[in-house]
Design a protein around this ligand. Sequence first.
Ligand code: GTP
Length: 598
Amino acid sequence: YDTSHIRNFSIVAHIDHGKSTISDRILELTHTVEERDVSKQMLDTMDIEQERGITIKSNAVRVMYAADDGQEYQFNLIDTPGHVDFTYEVSRSLSACEGALLVVDATQGVEAQTVSNANLAMNSDLDIIPVINKIDLPSAHPEEVKEEIEEDLAIPADDAVLVSGKTGEGIHELLEAIVYLVRPPAGDAEAPLKALILDSYFDEYRGVVATVRVFDGVMRKGQQLRMMALGDTFLCDGVGCKRPLETPLAELGVGEVGYVVTGLKDPSLVKTGDTITLADRPCAEACPGYHEAKPMVFTGLFPIDNKQYENLRDALEKLRVNDPSLTWAPETSVALGFGFRVGFLGLLHMEVVKERLEREFDLDLIATSPSVDYHVFRTDGTMVDITSPQDLPDVTRIDHIEEPYLKAKVIVPPEFMGAVMQLVVEHRGETGNMVYLSEKSVEVHFDIPLAELILDFFDQLKSRTRGYASLDYEMGDYRTSDLVKLDIMLAGETVDALSFIVHRDKAYSMARGLCDKLKDIIPRQQFEVPIQGAIGNKIISRSTVRAVRKDVLAKCYGGDISRKRKLLEKQKEGKKRMKAIGSVEVPQEAFLAVLKVD
Ligand code: GTP
């Protein structure tokens, strides 16, 4: 086994700097996919990724490159997500590689996730190739971006490759640079198999299919294999690689990246970060594995039709194979029935999971307003973790509440510094250090309650800085805050699924804003519906949805029957997304209205 012709590398970057576009060009130039078959963003295989134009999951493909030295090289390329919610995906991908292409947009320069991804790559001791993309644009300033890379990231930029993912300029030079600058994998072909699980998904017919990196030994069909951490054994049902479609291979050799069909039908037997080895000749030591991703945001997910509860549990189990950061516990709501409290890495992650559950598992779900993990100290001296406002003990039994803070940083041109600081203060944050990265960009550090950040902080940051600011954060400490539970009543009844926890200083404006929003979201019913906001027994805001007689058929003048039927069907369709709470029909948006209150 000779690994000198293998190159394993990830492509990392701040969101929208062009990773997926560059990957497409690489597939094209290496004839992995013929030009006429290249669709946009080939590696973003999920519908949601294509529609939103973002990468959510990492994807490993193999391309063969005929280099200028006359030799053929095997490249295993891993495209990674750029959004801060998915940083854990990036670090998983990096652990399978010897190199990283750090893509920086020539018009934007270094941004928040450029810094965090560069740090991840340096910590993993990878060979880093800076790639300056979008040089076709008139506003590109590659020389300044080179300086930023050297000064802000301490990465030498002499070898930076200038490319355009759009026109393909520089991509050939990039492929050559990968051959020369990324080291081939080390590893012992004779040693017992040692393969790291990077990712996996559940297939109804083949069971769990796992993406692996072989560090030692060789993997082939028919071997009896063992998961080192979880201990289960299985018969290897085949191996292969993606090009970009799954292509079976005789074996995966040392240093290679590919997939293994485990045949395991129980999704809980396969864990990302686990090591696969031979059942009768295990390797001495497992791969280091991964830190568990810690959920930051929690929401209730409830099936609109309560009969789908078991299906939802099953869907969550299967989705976790592909998304190990998912956690959940059963939750019951008076208003919504049986569901689950699910933990997410951020709001985008939450949206994506909800959408995947609905699409891939054909469920109709309602998500309730997001919450963070509060530490509630009771008067009896004990502490409870609370991720749902419903679980908050009675106020008389609460001594104090602590909430999670983030250590955050924003990179922004200096003229917007004032706007950023004001926004931070409005969201109960505290600004700290400021570092000039260059004349054109400042890094502002601050601490901010996570609960504030998950509301509309990011959107406001973007709009107040005309899109120039980029944000990155990590978990900080817990701090005591004066928090209260705000309840919402519809037609005199408290709707538990609409409650949320808020800082006392903001409770009044929040209650008012929410009552106003709900008034517009909740459709008129046959009777008047008062909406009230309350803290404990005290009503602090009120609005009213006025009554209407909703006689859609009247519009048809008793005429065309098929038209009548269509209208009825349309109305039924509209109803599907609603949940009857008492006698009031409430649409999904109402439960997330708290995200929209300014
Ligand atoms: P995420 O996967 O969501 O993190 O984004 P990404 O880094 O993969 O970026 P993507 O490839 O989706 O590109 C973002 C946008 O920039 C798209 O609209 C691309 O068409 C555009 N783009 C990418 N490369 C170039 C380039 O070289 N020149 C120009 N003009 N536009 C580019």
